[in-house]
Design a protein. Structure first.
Lengths: 224, 376
């Protein structure tokens, strides 16, 4: 499914991508690459407010969004999009060195993250993977997620946010550059199993985040 | 002579001391005038009063212009004030001095105690208070309850004023430092935003465009990518998060090793360790990466992962290069040809940690560095 064919899904319609990046040159360059690859760019916007307003109308399969946006941030926009439609598939696009924001975006429900310097091939592969519902897990993101679980384990131990040994093993492999297929070979499991483990680590982190937010909201409500 | 004028809260303190001096001068002059008929030598008392006016004027002028905060000034004031207190001996008849009559300088003599406390904290305040206490005892030719009470009050004044003045000066300094730090942070954020929206975007685009090009354009792209990474590293480093100057964020230190073909992945939060430990670990990682370039082949990529476990730091360096045949590493170690591997292991063992190197042909090499450390 992630081969050269830009078509995804049973109905064979092109993947609908919404692009959110405040830098006009970047936006234009990315839009061109996506269109050239046969993807359907249903919107290219420079800020989160517009993206939020238009998203319900254009129903993108994938939202490709920069972390740094003027006005409401990429993380806030992602949170609002997921809040409206938990099935929305968001791929964050960021420069390296924005680790805290990347982690925040993943915790509110982004499906993956790609560095801006990624090549065209890497970008297209990531967009297609995201459209297929797979997590785009770079080594950097895996290390962030691993680090976040370890921090939670130290600061606020919780059963919802604990990794199994297998999940830790897989996250460490991703962090040190192994692709899902290589990991599947090494562990003698299917590619799908590896993907499921990776998805689980994200899902549990997002769940933990929601629980924390709810708890926080209740605490606020009780003290007011 | 350094003509450093005090400002801020110290200047305010000196002004307050001047006000105290003027008020107590008024009291002293009033008493001299009121009792001049009783004195043995009224002209000595008048002379003392005139000298008190002169001293108050001189010290007051220096104080309000911020130039009195010097040991020499306070010592001079202390000496003159002592002499003026001792002038009570010729001025007052013996029975007055031994009775309830206060010294000529009265409360005004507490001035140098307060001034000394400004300069040398409570210790100097107490020392000068003892001096004034001694002078009063000489005048009284001994001590009675009245003198002791005054003396104790003077000592307490010296100690308390010294302590409090130090406290407020320190508070002022801390506040100024905090304001400066905040200003620096604000400026940094402004610059970061501007650089991020401009230069970095262009460098990123050139880097990306260079990937699909050849020759000079490809080189330009690579250089732009390196500059982008370096600039990002600068913007990312957070000196404000490291409170202890002896500590460093190991994540920041390792990120400096990022370049094309080398991916460095770290946790989101700072990993604070002793600067020496950070230096050694970074050096070990640098050697391991140099080794990758040397042995794993020209197209090999390397990944560095930093993890902070409960009681240890773990750094993993993996490459996808040619790898080593089974037993080759062990053989080299047995023969004493430790090379880079030995050097890396030496650094880590010296820090109390352990280094594990695993490799097999076609599977690349993995170096794991584990270091037990008390973090934070």
């Amino acid at each position: 499914m992630t081969g050269g064919d830009p078509m995804t899904g049973a109905d064979s319609t092109p993947t609908r991508v919404m692009l959110v990046d405040d830098h006009p040159i970047w936006r234009a360059a990315l839009e061109r690459e996506l269109i050239d690859a046969g993807l359907d760019v249903v919107g290219a916007f420079g800020d989160g407010e517009t993206a939020l307003r238009v998203a319900p109308a254009v129903r993108p399969d994938v939202v490709l969004m920069d972390l740094q946006l003027p006005g409401i941030s990429g993380v806030e926009t992602a949170a609002a999009l997921v809040g409206r439609d938990p099935a929305v598939r968001i791929l964050m696009f960021s420069s390296s060195g924005e680790d805290v924001d990347v982690l925040a975006a993943v915790k509110v429900g982004a499906r993956g993250y790609l560095v801006k310097s990624a090549s065209t091939a890497e970008l297209l592969a990531a967009v297609r993977r995201t459209a297929d519902g797979e997590a785009t897990f770079s080594p950097g993101l895996a290390a962030l997620v691993l680090g976040e679980y370890r921090r939670i384990g130290r600061d606020e131990p919780s059963a919802t946010a604990a990794l199994t040994d297998r999940e830790i093993e897989i996250l460490r492999m991703v962090s040190t550059g192994l692709a899902a297929r290589q990991i599947a070979e090494r562990l003698v499991v299917s590619h799908r199993t590896v993907q499921n483990h990776i998805q689980n680590t994200l899902r549990k982190l997002q769940l933990h985040n929601r629980v924390e937010l709810t708890r926080w909201a209740i605490d606020q409500g009780l003290t007011e | 002579v350094h003509d450093v004028r005090v400002t801020g809260v110290l200047l305010s303190l000196w002004r307050a001391a001047t006000l105290f001096r003027i008020i107590t001068l008024g009291v002293g002059l009033y008493l001299i005038e009121r009792w001049h008929t009783l004195y043995a030598h009224p002209w000595v008392a008048y002379g003392t009063g005139a000298a008190m006016i002169a001293v108050t004027a001189a010290i007051g002028w220096l104080a309000v212009t911020g130039r009195a905060h010097r040991p020499a000034v306070v010592l001079a004031d202390f000496g003159v004030t002592m002499l003026l207190t001792l002038a009570s001996i010729p001025a007052q008849p013996a029975h007055q001095r031994h009775g309830k009559m206060p010294t000529l300088t009265t409360l005004w003599a507490a001035g140098p105690v307060i001034e000394a406390a400004f300069i040398g904290a409570w210790a100097a305040g107490v020392l000068v208070a003892l001096g004034q206490f001694g002078a009063a005892m000489i005048v009284r030719d001994g001590y009675d309850g009245h003198t002791v009470v005054s003396g104790v009050l003077l000592l307490v004044t010296g100690a308390v004023v010294g302590y409090l003045s130090q406290l407020v000066v320190r508070a002022e300094r801390d506040l100024a430092a905090a304001a400066a730090a905040h200003a620096a942070l604000t400026e940094r954020e402004r610059l970061t935003r501007s650089i991020h929206d401009g230069v970095l975007q262009v460098l990123g685009l050139v880097h990306r465009a260079g990937r699909d090009a050849d020759g000079l354009w490809a080189d330009l792209g690579t250089v732009a990518g390196e500059q982008e990474a370096a600039l990002r590293g600068l913007l990312r480093s957070r000196p404000d998060t490291v409170a202890d100057p002896g500590q460093l964020d190991l994540a920041d230190a390792l990120i400096t090793q990022r370049r094309d073909g080398v991916t460095v992945s770290v946790p989101a939060e700072p990993v604070l360790v002793d600067a020496a430990v950070a230096g050694e670990l970074t050096a070990a990682v640098r050697e391991a990466l140099a080794n990758v370039v040397r042995h794993a082949g020209p197209h090999a990529c390397a990944w560095v992962l930093l993890e902070r476990l409960d009681d240890q730091l773990q750094v993993t360096i993996r490459d996808n290069g040619a790898g080593l045949a089974p037993g080759r590493l062990e053989a080299a170690e047995r023969e004493g040809r430790l090379g880079v591997a030995g050097s890396i292991r030496g650094r880590i063992v010296a820090l109390g940690g352990a280094a594990t190197i695993t490799s097999s042909p076609g599977q690349g090499t993995t170096v794991e560095l584990a270091l037990p450390v008390a973090i934070r």
